[in-house]
Design a protein around this ligand. Structure first.
Ligand SMILES: [Zn+2]
Length: 219
């Protein structure tokens, strides 16, 4: 059961709220690119536009990447990526000159950047419940992003006797349930109880506990 979303806004909204504690949590966005060409200066969300300001290193000669003197390590461009988080369209600029998508894009070819990806991560300070999205992939010869989904998600449930960690692994279609000793916070069962993925109601603690106990009893 993939946990997917229509757009980045829905993904951010999901990640920024802990349903167990009913509290908001800070979302981190981490960029990575396969060829290690980018350095992220900052990112912002304003008027439904997610903007990344990055330095794009042009290592068109591979030996430049290895130079000790950073100022001689190839050409640096300012790379700005603006993504509409509602309609999934994006555009980017390199060194201030707008490169329309689907155009020849000379600069990007020269710099060797064809794709990049980022993922969202958030952790709740109250319960330690966390969520990590799958990579959101951006191919610079396209103009739309298609895939928004979760990779893993953790819920921590406090019970009278023991606590539980409910670990969703969306890509493997399983939930791993760990029993946690309240006294020392260690896992009681070294191997988790593995179940096929299914929805669990985390909005009401009593319901969640009763559902988990039923699942454990009948497994
Ligand atoms: Zn929480």
């Amino acid at each position: 059961m993939k946990h997917t979303f229509e757009n980045i806004k829905q993904l951010v909204d999901h990640c920024s709220y802990c349903v167990v504690c009913k509290k908001y949590r800070t979302v981190e966005i981490n960029v990575h690119d396969p060829d290690d060409l980018l350095e992220v200066n900052y990112w912002t969300v304003e008027n439904n536009i997610l903007s990344f300001s990055m330095i794009l290193n042009d290592y068109s000669r591979p030996e430049e990447k290895l130079r000790d003197d950073e100022s001689r390590r190839g050409t640096k461009y300012l790379f700005r990526l603006d993504i509409n988080i509602i309609n999934n369209l994006y555009q980017y600029t390199i060194s201030g000159s707008v490169c329309e998508l689907n155009s020849e894009g000379k600069d990007k070819t020269k710099a060797g950047l064809f794709e990049l990806s980022f993922y969202l991560y958030a952790v709740c300070k109250s319960c330690s419940g966390s969520v990590t999205s799958e990579d959101v992939n951006i191919h610079l010869d396209s103009s739309t992003i298609f895939k928004f989904s979760l990779d893993i998600e953790d819920f921590y449930i406090q019970c009278e006797k023991n606590n539980y960690r409910i670990h969703y692994r969306y890509l493997r279609d399983v939930i791993d349930i760990y029993k946690i000793d309240k006294k020392n916070n260690n896992f009681i069962n070294s191997k988790p109880l593995r179940l096929p993925i299914m929805p669990i109601d985390f909005s009401d603690q009593a319901k969640t506990i009763s559902q988990i106990k039923t699942l454990i009893t009948f497994s």
